[in-house]
Design a protein around this ligand. Structure first.
Ligand SMILES: C[S@@+](CC[C@H](N)C(=O)[O-])C[C@H]1O[C@@H](n2cnc3c(N)ncnc32)[C@H](O)[C@@H]1O
Length: 270
């Protein structure tokens, strides 16, 4: 990925996550009801990882990716233009989508509710553009249960509490920290018929492929950047022992390292 200056700090780790778990993401996308001629909206599309993969599954339809960030759209444009399919990429705000009402067959909304300032209004806007009978598929995490990692038990609570403190400092409250467990409510509040919910896991353990190891190295570096300062001083040495890549105990390189990612897919209909 080229890295325009204005990409958010999480862009690198998100990209590494996509590439490490692309097989699992393809399995999720394969379950979506994408008809050949469907109009699919990927919103917000970020760097176009999902936009490109959805477009590649269509023979006659059209995929449109919308995002507010010119920097992400620039990366998305570079990535999609190297494939045979040509989705449209549009700059736009989720609160005012540049899309006709009742026109979209499938909306894909991945890992983004946390980024939206007004989640409910954005979902209402998605409801406006979805055609009657169309499907929305929301892929999300519950921030508290996003990863099962082999932390020592007495460190795990400190890590979770530090995550919570970081979140409050960044977002002002914990409200959006638990989007994954509130998807049913969010969709029913925004007039969707709530459909099936699936919880999916993806496992990695040593020995693992290069893309996965690269992702976990980025993940722990990102974790240190975000929550290091919220780990209590008494736990700091043990936190460093397991998260510092120069430590002999760096978690991802341990022979018995195993990790599980937890993803929640919530379907809804109009
Ligand atoms: C965590 S990224 C996820 C992107 C993509 N769905 C993915 O899974 O890679 C969140 C995205 O939301 C976009 N975003 C935030 N607020 C937005 C808004 N009001 N309208 C459109 N996009 C928005 C950001 O620019 C960013 O690309």
């Amino acid at each position: 990925m080229s890295s325009p200056e204005s990409l958010p700090q999480y862009a690198g780790v998100l990209e590494a996550y996509h590439w490490a778990f692309q097989g699992e993401f393809d399995d999720i996308l394969a379950e979506l009801p994408i008809e050949d001629a469907a109009l699919v909206l990927d919103v917000p599309c970020g760097d176009g990882f999902f936009t490109r993969r959805i477009a590649a599954r269509q023979r006659f339809g059209q995929t449109i990716g919308v995002d507010v960030s010119p920097a992400f759209l620039e990366v998305a444009h570079d990535q999609v233009s190297s494939t045979g399919r040509a989705p449209y990429l549009l700059q736009g705000d989720c609160l005012e989508l540049p899309i006709t009402s009742n026109s979209v067959d499938l909306i894909w909304c991945a890992h983004s509710l946390i980024s939206l300032t007004d989640t409910v209004s954005a979902l209402k806007e998605m409801h406006r553009v979805l055609r009657p009978g169309g499907t929305i598929a929301v892929l999300e995490h519950d921030q508290m249960h996003r990863w099962l990692l082999p932390w020592p038990a007495n460190l795990e609570l400190a890590v979770q509490d530090a995550e919570r403190q970081y979140f409050v400092q960044k977002h002002g409250s914990t409200r959006k920290m638990y989007n994954g467990r509130h998807l049913h409510q969010l969709l029913s509040d925004t007039k969707f018929q709530v459909g099936e919910r699936r919880t999916m896991t993806a496992e990695r353990q040593q020995p693992m492929d290069k893309a996965s190891l690269h992702f976990f190295c980025r993940h722990f570096s990102d974790l240190r950047r975000r929550i290091g300062r919220y780990i209590p001083p008494s736990r700091q040495p043990i936190f460093d022992t397991f998260t510092d890549p120069h430590s002999p105990d760096f978690l991802p390189t341990q022979a018995d390292f195993a990790a599980t990612a937890i993803e929640i897919l919530q379907l809804g209909m109009k």
